[in-house]
Design a protein around this ligand. Sequence first.
Ligand code: THU
Length: 139
Amino acid sequence: MQINEKYLIEQAIEARSHAYTPYSHFQVGAALLTKQGKVYKGCNIENAAYTPSNCAERTAIFKAVSEGEREFAAIAIVGSMEGESNTLPTGPCGVCRQVMAEFCSLDMPVIIAKSPADYITMTLGELLPLSFGPANLHK
Ligand code: THU
């Protein structure tokens, strides 16, 4: 399917505006595109006890899966410190890569963006080589 990277990055930037980051002050937004063309957005949500914090990517994935979605075409991610524009390419953390591997194919594009005009795309398989996933358990 045709992926509009710029639109997806704009959606991730919008999602980032809702980030709840009183501890790290690092704000992340993600936009997850389903194969049907719907976009689920997520931001990071931190917690005073730290470990219950949730990354933007997992927020988007869990929102989508909890609405019955299982087929994903791409995800865009943007991140930067509070008050700054998208200056840092923010690759997904290891936990988020693993969660992606549960629901997304290894050839799915992950768009790591600084802005709608400045981004790199890598496949999930490139970001998570030799991954352990559902296939290992014959699922
Ligand atoms: N974070 C994300 O939301 N996604 C990433 O890919 C990297 C890290 C969040 C977690 C935490 O709220 C903050 O960024 C600093 O680590």
